[in-house]
Write a protein that binds this ligand. Structure first.
Ligand SMILES: [Zn+2]
Length: 275
C-alpha cells in the first residue's frame, strides 16, 4: 500500500499567493516527429524538401504553427506528468491513475482517481479532468523557421503503426518520415500558480533525465526519435498584491535555487514507503 507523506500543499486556486514563469529551451538530440500529418502540413513540408521522393508525400511531418515547428503544450505536459508520476509511484507515494487512462484497470502501485478534496501530488500540480492544474505548458516552438529545421532528406522506414500493430496488413507500410533535425533549439515556458519548491524540483529532475536522452516527445520513440535535452534558463516569481516581480533566478542563482528545490523533491521521495 502506498502511503502519503506530507507534501507541501497548494494554497488553492481561490488564493493567488504567487505566480511563476519558468523559461526553458529544449534541443533535439534525435530527429523529432511532433504530430501526425495533416494534408496541408504534408504539402508544405513536401515543397520544402523539394525532392523527388518515391511517394507522393511524406507520411509524417511535424506540426507547424506560424512558420515554426511546434510541440503542443499538452504533449509537453503529458511527458512531464508521466515521468514524475512513475517516479513517485516507484518511491511509494500515492499516485492516482487518471480515469481516462484506466480502461484496462489500475496498474499495480497506483490508486484510482483522487477525490477533488484530497488530490495526490501529481493531481495537485497537473490537475484532473474535472479540476484545473497549477501548471500550464506553453507551445514549444523552434527558434528557427521550419525551412531551416527540417531534416534534409525524408527518412524511409518500414513501420508498424503503433495503434493497429501487425494485425492490419496496411499497418506494415513503407513510410517516409520528414522529421525535425537533431540540434534544433525550441523555446517554451511553464506558468505556475502557487508553486512549491517540491514541484519546481520535480521539473528540474525531468531536466536531469533529459540530459541523458530519457525525455522523448512525439511519435516513433521506439525507432529512435524524439529525445530533447531540456535546460531551464530562468525562473521568475511574482507576488500578486499588487502584481510585481519578486525574484528572478538566472545563472548561478538559478542553479542554487534549483538545487535547493530538487533537494526538497528528493526528500519527498525519501519519505515514500519504498525508499
Ligand atoms: Zn491524483
Amino acid at each position: 500500500m502506498s502511503i502519503e507523506p506530507e507534501f507541501e500543499k497548494m494554497p488553492g486556486f481561490h488564493v493567488l499567493e504567487s505566480l511563476w514563469r519558468i523559461e526553458y529551451k529544449a534541443v533535439s538530440m534525435e530527429p523529432i516527429l511532433t504530430q501526425a500529418a495533416t494534408e496541408e502540413a504534408q504539402e508544405l513540408v513536401d515543397s520544402i524538401i523539394g525532392k523527388k521522393i518515391p511517394k507522393d508525400m511524406p507520411d509524417a511531418v511535424p506540426l507547424i504553427i506560424g512558420g515554426k515547428a511546434v510541440i503542443t503544450g499538452n504533449a509537453v505536459k503529458g511527458v512531464f506528468r508521466h515521468l514524475i508520476s512513475s517516479q513517485l509511484t516507484k518511491a511509494g507515494l500515492r499516485v492516482c491513475c487518471q480515469k481516462v487512462k484506466s480502461r484496462s484497470g489500475i496498474p499495480e502501485g497506483r490508486v484510482s482517481e483522487c477525490s477533488p478534496e484530497k488530490p495526490c501530488f501529481v493531481c495537485t500540480w497537473f490537475g484532473t479532468p474535472s479540476r484545473q492544474g497549477a501548471l500550464h505548458f506553453s507551445l514549444l516552438r523552434s527558434v528557427k523557421e521550419i525551412e531551416e529545421v527540417l531534416a534534409d532528406e525524408p527518412i524511409p522506414m518500414i513501420a508498424l503503426r503503433e495503434d493497429s500493430g501487425a494485425v492490419d496488413p496496411k499497418a506494415r507500410a513503407f513510410m517516409l518520415l520528414a522529421p525535425i533535425r537533431e540540434n534544433v533549439e525550441f523555446r517554451g515556458w511553464i506558468k505556475g500558480e502557487n508553486l512549491s519548491e517540491e514541484i519546481i524540483g520535480a521539473i528540474k529532475e525531468v531536466q536531469d533525465m533529459s540530459e541523458k536522452g530519457f525525455v522523448q516527445f512525439g511519435g516513433y520513440k521506439t525507432r529512435g526519435f524524439g529525445a530533447l535535452r531540456i535546460e531551464i534558463l530562468k525562473v521568475e516569481k511574482y507576488e500578486t498584491t499588487p502584481f510585481k516581480l519578486r525574484e528572478s533566478y538566472e545563472g548561478e542563482k538559478l542553479e542554487e535555487f534549483l538545487k535547493e528545490c530538487q533537494e526538497k523533491y528528493h526528500s519527498l521521495m525519501d519519505r515514500g514507503s519504498k525508499s
